[in-house]
Design a protein around this ligand. Structure first.
Ligand code: ATP
Length: 215
């Protein structure tokens, strides 16, 4: 399939559409109107139509969308056919929680290896995931073809571990540490700073109050 360049905002909504369509397919629903889809995923129907238009005309006027067709389509786009192995470095409180969560909703993502400096953790299995010592990290990442790593280590360890991850050939890092890590341009970093997110929410609530939900 030819590569379709889509706007970032559209790309971010694709998993939302995908999850809902998956839910519909599992419950035996075969078609959905654009209004129903819009209500369910909380995206206005003009935006949905525009998002879908990047992939060609998928809906039929007066019929809506065929759930199975749409689902197969998104599966391909989102690479749901392919299992993505994810590594996790730093099996502390947050790391443990993520291992335990292990992205069960998304059946194409799996944390397949954990890494930690603590000798009490290395060599054990936590929430079904083997934990390796740090000196095995580069080799394991290469052997297991891990492309993405979740980083949940203390701040002072973040950059030198990142440098090793780059050496190991990682393509993306989900950075849960509050510092901005430096990576070469071919590596993507997604920053998830839970404390800042919470502060932002508190700030918005204090200054603007809750969002007024439409009736
Ligand atoms: P805990 O209560 O288990 O310490 P935490 O999340 O509060 O959890 P942190 O100090 O943030 O603890 O460390 C997170 C994890 O990162 C710990 O399991 C720790 O052993 C691990 N860790 C610390 N330094 C390194 C390092 N240089 N390389 C790899 N892992 C590390």
């Amino acid at each position: 399939m030819a590569e379709t360049i889509i706007p970032k905002a559209t790309a971010k909504r694709l998993p939302v559409y995908y999850r809902y369509l998956n839910f519909l397919a599992n419950s035996g629903t075969t078609k959905i109107s654009s209004t129903e889809l819009s209500d369910a995923v909380k995206v206005d129907s003009a935006t949905i139509r525009r998002d879908f238009s990047y992939f060609g005309a998928l809906g039929k006027r007066g019929y809506g969308y065929d759930v199975k067709d749409l689902l197969n389509f998104f599966k391909k786009i989102l690479n749901q056919d392919r299992l993505t192995n994810v590594g996790l470095v730093g099996v502390g409180n947050l790391g443990h929680a993520l291992l335990n969560y292990n992205f069960r909703q998304a059946n194409n993502i799996r944390i397949s290896a954990g890494f930690d400096i603590n000798p009490k953790l290395a060599g054990t299995i936590q929430s079904g995931v083997p934990i390796y010592p740090m000196d095995e990290m580069i080799k394991q990442i290469k052997d297991q073809q891990i492309e993405i790593v979740i980083l949940t280590v203390p701040i002072d360890a973040a950059q030198h571990i990142t440098d090793d991850l780059v050496k190991a050939g990682i393509k993306g890092i989900m950075n849960f540490t509050p510092i901005r890590i430096s990576v070469p341009s071919y590596v993507r970093v997604q920053n998830v700073d839970l404390a800042t997110e919470l502060q932002t929410l508190i700030y918005f609530l204090e200054h603007y109050g809750p969002t007024l939900n439409e009736p």
